[in-house]
Design a protein around this ligand. Sequence first.
Ligand SMILES: *Cc1c(COP(=O)(O)O)cnc(C)c1O
Length: 430
Amino acid sequence: MIFKRDMQSFEASIAYARQQDEQDELRGFRNEFFFPQYNGKDAIYFCGNSLGLQPKGVQAAIEQELADWRQVAVEGYWKAKNPWLFYHQQFSKTLGNIVGAKETEVSVMNTLTVNLHLMMTSFYRPTETRYKILVEKGAFPSDQYAVETQARHHGLNPDSTIVEISPRTGESILRTEDILQIINEQNTSIALILLGGIHYYTGQLMDMQSITTAAHKVGAIAGFDLAHVVGNVPLKLHEWEVDFAVWCSYKYLNGGPGAVGGAFVHEKHASDKNYPRFGGWWGTEESTRFRMEKGFIPKAEASGWQQSTAQVFNMVALKASLELFNAAGINRLREKSIRLTNYLEFLLEQIKGIDLEIITPKNCNERGAQLSLLFKEKGKEIHQRMTEAGIVVDWREPGVIRVSPAPMYNSYEDVFHFYEIVEKIASKRF
Ligand SMILES: *Cc1c(COP(=O)(O)O)cnc(C)c1O
């Protein structure tokens, strides 16, 4: 879906914001979440890109598993309401819709960085001539540490193995043409291209389709970290032929702190039982798993990368949350998200007297829910003022405030109140 900006029709008034909320067919989902409280009211929570709110259904979902454990104990693997042996499989369909994959291409397991290492074990197998890893400069630290230590693990020097792509001088976001050019230049020396699907700092959404196509042209693997994409922007990983992807579930997916992560492995690789990997018993067929036989034979799907017993209590909040995603639909959420973030941008553009630059791309097709605000002066103090006024947004070094209205539970009124507060801070020449 390609969206156009429709800034002309927006109005900077509470009446307009309320009217937009009334017309919003997703407005009811807000009531399905708990908001942190500020002075007896819901805080303006724009931090769903860091930790999504708790769905009200989580408690009952946890109590269900506690009850099954209490009442049937080990038999819960087969006899629980949601049998634990297959617990992770409940998520594949909804997640498949969200990332554009077949159910068999999605595996819910571990956590993001662990999955990244597991995927690199399979998909980063350097040779003497093809060994480089292309990443974005300033990638999320955990991703940087993962590629650095993978290079060392293979006996390579990270400095000559990792190629960082930077924005042009004076620019904050990457140009797709520059990424494609570096791919062409580095050509057959590239083993793996690994980028954040949305950059955590700038909020830039990458053109994953073009990058994947270019990677394949030079014989490289294309993998993406979808931490900031999953549940935010719908994807077509299967159709784009992305080789693998990983994500966490505690940001836009509202799976709770440290929730189980996920991985995508394209069917063209996952169907190959001999694809190199580090195996464990949960990657094998359930029907033969308990024969306890020698010889690892993985399932011919993404869950063939599973290793350990499903972490039921680490998945149960995600179950409650994905039911809401199922009901809302990722495409409807994206449509609302585009308008909500455009409205936020429109309002911020009305504010005078404060030196504020939005470093996130202006084109709504090149970003998700998040806007990254760069204040030329006193950014940290402004963040402090926002916090004191009941706004939850985060400060990221070296100098942006990330603001993410989540379409699942944020309203136009939230966005308008945020604007009013920033306006007030600006008028005091802070
Ligand atoms: C949030 C985030 C992570 C976190 O990784 P964990 O293993 O879940 O701690 C990693 N990479 C990116 C890009 C992120 O935004």
